[in-house]
Every structure is written in structure tokens, then in C-alpha cells.
Design a protein around this ligand. Sequence first.
Ligand SMILES: Cc1cc2nc3c(=O)[nH]c(=O)nc-3n(C[C@H](O)[C@H](O)[C@H](O)COP(=O)(O)OP(=O)(O)OC[C@H]3O[C@@H](n4cnc5c(N)ncnc54)[C@H](O)[C@@H]3O)c2cc1C
Length: 382
Amino acid sequence: MLERGEVANSWRRERWDSLRLLTPNWQSRLPGLRYEGPDPDGYMTAGEVTEFIERFAKVSRAPVRTGVNVTSVRHTGDGYQVSTSRGEIHARTVVIASGACNQPAVPRFSDAVPAPVEQLTPLRYRGPGQLPDGGVLVVGASATGVQLAAELRRSGRPVTLSVGEHVRLPRTYRGRDVLWWMDESGVWDQRYDEVEDLTRARRLPSPQLAGTPERTTLDLNALTSMGVELVGRWAAVRDGRALFSGGLRNMFSLADLKMERLLDTFDEWAKTDGYDAEAGPPERFAPTRVPESARLQLDLQSGEIRAIVWATGFRPDYGWLHVPVVDAKGQLDHEGGVAGSPGLYALGLPVLRRRRSTFICGIEDDAREVIEHLARFLAARR
Ligand SMILES: Cc1cc2nc3c(=O)[nH]c(=O)nc-3n(C[C@H](O)[C@H](O)[C@H](O)COP(=O)(O)OP(=O)(O)OC[C@H]3O[C@@H](n4cnc5c(N)ncnc54)[C@H](O)[C@@H]3O)c2cc1C
């Protein structure tokens, strides 16, 4: 196992200071290692996740070589030539586990943002103190965007949040964490070959969830109540002005509708599985409030906005992979983790084999199945 940094590098170096997992502690499970602390319903800090993964590396005796950067992987006649910062390796098979979130996905028009406005991505953001005083425009309303908008607003800054397609979820439902419902009802176990539109499922933004000790819901209504101003999806920059799409009402209705459908699925499962009597009654939530007149543009030269935080998602980095298995959008072409080159595999990508694939609790089943394929591949060659 080659790691360019240290074990749990992304949790050490690429997370902001206040970040906690949005998955509850009991859901942090790796083969042979489970959370056994006093607060199963709490949410780990990034430091605690680092310790958890470090412990796993020790108990599993993973043969990790840290400080080894892979600079190139090429297909050769009988396997792969792997060039690293510490020399060459020949491998019959390669498993790509380099992460799904190596780079921030920032729109090209960010180049046209006037210079005095500071721009930051979540990979560099550590806390509000890093930003100049004054207004902040947070772009993107998925897990990262809603969490950073709330933190920046609490620091006393005026915050505008640009909202595109998003996934609304309550933190708790019928007395349980909403991710308990995802887990128990089998929604998270839906397999990649059962998903109706896999390409879409793989591009789905992360849910609007935060792990806080109070287990509060952090949807757009919560942000509006905190004084965050909502605007539409940022479409372009023209003459130093940010231009936002209209249609917030439609976008909000769609997210509300999808949430209701998911809650219906949970209720249906509770009824058939006999959980109805134990759980509280079904709940439904107030629709997302649409601002009376959402602004369609914002003058970036007026001084109102001093900083922009791009919470517009992440993408993997395969700059080192010289095998023709990466599509025009920079995504790995694979079938359930089996890439289109003999002996090349991947783990840890969205909906790799099931809906829970990119989460910590998703790796165990995915890894077992992918490694079974790998073992069969090696056996057949022998
Ligand atoms: C902001 C954020 C919040 C998240 N919150 C949660 C959560 O609440 N719950 C949850 O379950 N999951 C969460 N995730 C998903 C989380 O990233 C995964 O659960 C987990 O970290 C994925 O592990 P991984 O090993 O697949 O990828 P990563 O953690 O990205 O690890 C990939 C490793 O590969 C190394 N690497 C990359 N390229 C090279 C190279 N060329 N040579 C050598 N080494 C290389 C990197 O240094 C890194 O250590 C979150 C992700 C992000 C970005």
C-alpha cells in the first residue's frame, strides 16, 4: 500500500478545523474495528477519524509504505509499471484507492472574479479567521456548503449562499438518525447494477447534513433562520457581476419532493418490517421557504463580498494514471470497481458497488467483492 503522505492523510490535511463526520459513530465501522466509545450516536471530529483509521492500520497490520508518491502507472505486457518518488515497482494488479475528493471542482468562470475578492476552496479552508472581515459568498449547498455557510454566519459575517441542485434531509426522523434509516431500510445497500440511472446516482451531491452534538437539521430553512441569504445557481460572471439563475422555487420543490419520497420509503419499510410500533409517528417537514425576491446578480466590485468559498464539489486526480480508463470528464471508467484494463481495480468511488460506497461504512463489502474478482483474475493467470 503506497501513501504519499501519512495514514489517514486526507483527514489530517484536507479537512477544516470544525469538521465532524456527518455519519454517526456507530456507523464508523471497518472490518474488525468498530466504534466502542461512550457516544455511539455522536459524530467524530476529523482528529478522531484520523485516530480511528490509524488504529485500523495497526490492527489490520496493513503493509503501508508512507511518504511514497505514485507519479505514474503504465500497463505493461504482464501487469503494471508503477513509478514512485521512492523508485519503480512492477505489479501484476493495481487497486486505485487514491480517493474521490483530491481536487476541488471549481467552475472556469472563477477566473473572471475581480482580484480583490479572495477565493478559497474547502481543501484550503480551515476556519472563519482565515477570511477577511465582510461578506462571504458560499457557492454550493451540499454538505460542505451548508456547514461552511453556517459556520461563517455564526462568526458574524453576512453570508450569501448560492444554491444549485441539492439533497435535503432532516438530521433525525421518527426519533432516529436519518442515516440509521438509510442503513436499516436497505436504501444505502442498493447495488450499482440495480440503480436506475447510475451516471446520475454517481454524480448526486452529498446530503445537507452536519454532525453536531445537538443533532440539529441544517437545511436551507435553518440557514435562512440564521440570516443566510439564498440566491440561485451561479451561472456566469459578467462585467464584475455574479449572475445567478432564477427558478429557486422549482429547485426547492424538487428537493422537498425527493426528501418526501425517501421518507415514504422509510415509512413503507417500517410498516413491513414491524418497526412501526417502536418508532415515533411518521413526520413531514415544512417546505423550503423561498425568499421573497432572490437577487439575480451581485456586484463583486462593490466591496459587499470580500471572499468566495467554492463548495462546488470535488473530483479525483488521475494525472498519474497513464492507462486509457479515464473519461473526458476525468472520471474512472469501471464496472463495480473493475476497470477496463486487465488487473486494474478501484475502491472508494461514488456508488462503486452500492449507494454507501464512498462512506467509511461502505468499504467493507465493496472491498471484499472487488478483491474476490482480483483473486480470481490472479488464479486464472496462474
Ligand atoms: C469534506 C468531506 C467530508 C466527509 N465526511 C464523511 C463522513 O461524514 N462520513 C463518511 O463515512 N465519509 C465522509 N467523507 C468521505 C471520506 O472521504 C471517505 O469516507 C474516506 O476518507 C475515503 O477514504 P479513501 O481512502 O477512499 O480516500 P481518501 O481519504 O481520499 O484517501 C486517499 C489517499 O490516497 C493518497 N493518494 C492520492 N493520490 C496518491 C498518489 N498519487 N500516490 C500516493 N498516494 C496517493 C492520499 O494522500 C490519501 O491519503 C467525507 C469526505 C469529504 C471530502
